[in-house]
Design a protein around this ligand. Structure first.
Ligand SMILES: [Zn+2]
Length: 73
């Protein structure tokens, strides 16, 4: 079984806010709810923000942000 910290959290969509702030949206593999993480200040570098993150819902486990559908440039 995959260690809980290494479970994939695929991007569901991305949004851009004021000043180009990118937000990465995922469905949590631990609680099943939507969480979001900062993706930097420009879409062109948002891919650098994939990878392991602490989850928003539990201090015990994180997950790995992935982009299987190629949402990011
Ligand atoms: Zn969660």
């Amino acid at each position: 079984m995959t260690h809980p910290n290494q479970r994939d959290a695929p991007l569901t969509h991305i949004t851009e806010h004021g000043n180009g702030q990118v937000i990465l949206h995922i469905v949590c593999p631990h609680c099943g709810r939507a969480h979001s993480h900062g993706g930097g200040r420009d879409l062109s570098i948002a891919r650098d923000f994939l990878g392991h993150r602490a989850s928003s819902c539990t201090a015990l486990h994180g997950y790995v942000l992935t982009d299987p559908d190629g949402l990011l440039p």
